[in-house]
Design a protein around this ligand. Structure first.
Ligand SMILES: C[S@@+](CC[C@H](N)C(=O)[O-])C[C@H]1O[C@@H](n2cnc3c(N)ncnc32)[C@H](O)[C@@H]1O
Length: 252
């Protein structure tokens, strides 16, 4: 690993929160790519023994001399039940991650923190932002979020004119999903994984089965689009989404 030199010990580095888009390396913005290539340190979240989708999607843009800073989640998937302290464990992890990033910033190195999609839309960068943005010069570069990327690959207009889009996490209790979806004009349901069967049950019960569209890993090389009824619930990845597009406008 190449060591980077502090630019000026008195001057802190800058923190860039970069939205890297939904997976296709070409869906990073020109601005995020410029900031990525300017940064000496590349910080990214990943599961144990994994590279993380954010790094994977933009690795082809990195140089050898850019230092990688993996931030490895202590828990992934469904959290263990109490007495395991999930919130406390994650808080300690985010505190420690922020301090690892801060060490580089204090040493004058610019750090690019990668985030799938957009950094401030359910993005992991938010936890670094909360802890560091008032201590160090910080810039957030928006990214193409998975909701609009999914609509693009599904080739479906998502909302017409004055329709409202509801964005939901599939992790919500079934009764909440049902109550909220019952009144939705259009919806995006994220965080499926092991929650898929529950979400599909709600969609079918509300008579939305004909309108709902499923995609996994939109824009990635292993993207899959399947009819909702044919999805095997045991095989649904976390990076998947169901869209219920708004009713087509009469003039469309
Ligand atoms: C923690 S959120 C991150 C959202 C991200 N910041 C964004 O702007 O899209 C993770 C959820 O985003 C959705 N997601 C992210 N990338 C996706 C992709 N390429 N295809 C489908 N869903 C995706 C999935 O529903 C996943 O559970």
């Amino acid at each position: 690993m190449v060591q980077t030199k502090p630019k000026d010990p008195e001057k802190s580095g800058r923190l860039f929160g970069l939205g890297v888009g939904p997976g296709d390396p070409e869906l990073i913005t020109v601005k995020a790519l410029r900031r990525l290539r300017e940064s000496e340190v590349i910080a990214y979240y990943a599961g144990p023994r994994k590279r993380g989708n954010a790094l994977t999607s933009i690795e082809s843009w990195l140089r050898e001399d850019q230092q990688r800073l993996p931030l490895i989640y202590p828990v992934t998937g469904r959290p263990p039940p109490p007495p395991f302290d999930y919130e406390g464990t994650m808080r300690a992890f985010y505190d420690a991650s922020a301090e690892r990033v801060a060490e580089h910033l204090r040493a004058g190195r610019d750090v690019a923190a990668l985030c799938e999609g957009d950094p401030l839309f359910y993005g992991s960068f938010m936890y670094l932002h909360d802890r560091l943005a008032d201590r160090f010069e910080t810039e957030v570069v928006p990214g193409v979020c998975s909701v609009v990327a999914s609509a693009s690959v599904l080739q479906t207009p998502l909302v017409y004119r004055d329709q409202t889009l509801l964005v939901l996490a599939g992790t919500l209790p079934e009764a909440d999903l049902e109550r909220m979806l019952a009144n939705a004009q259009a919806a995006a349901i994220m965080k499926l994984g092991s929650n898929f069967e529950k979400v599909r049950r709600v969609i079918m019960a509300l008579g939305l089965g004909d309108r709902a569209l499923y995609v996994e890993r939109a824009t990635m090389t292993n993207e899959q689009i399947r009819p909702l009824a044919e999805v095997d619930p045991t095989q649904v990845p976390y990076f998947s989404m169901i869209l219920v597009p708004g009713e087509r406008w009469q003039a469309a």
